[in-house]
Design a protein around this ligand. Structure first.
Ligand SMILES: [Zn+2]
Length: 95
């Protein structure tokens, strides 16, 4: 039996991918956060787990457009660090 897998669009490369392969960024009343567990309330945007898409999102203002809020440079830096710290292993175990 096939399960339905929710898909979302990456705000960087604009490819549609299974949600679990993407990083959720969420905006709510407390600010903007990396939502690793994809469970925080608020408006979400999705990004492939690689820096190319982060750069693209930055360039095209994909996150801004998707979350309708200004994204400070510090936030992008934070996401980049997050990638460095968390996705070294998953990159090796690609799909
Ligand atoms: Zn992407």
């Amino acid at each position: 039996m096939q399960e339905y897998i929710p898909h979302r669009k990456c705000v960087g490369c604009e490819k549609i991918r299974p949600k679990y392969q993407l990083l959720r960024i969420v905006k709510n009343n407390d600010g903007i956060f990396i939502d690793e567990k994809q469970k925080l309330p608020g408006r979400g945007a999705y990004l492939c787990k690689n820096k190319e898409c982060l750069q693209l999102a930055k360039k095209k203002k994909g996150l801004e457009r998707s979350l309708k809020v200004a994204i400070p440079k510090e936030f992008y830096d934070g996401v980049e660090r997050f990638f460095d710290e968390n996705f070294k292993k998953s990159a090796e175990v690609s799909e």
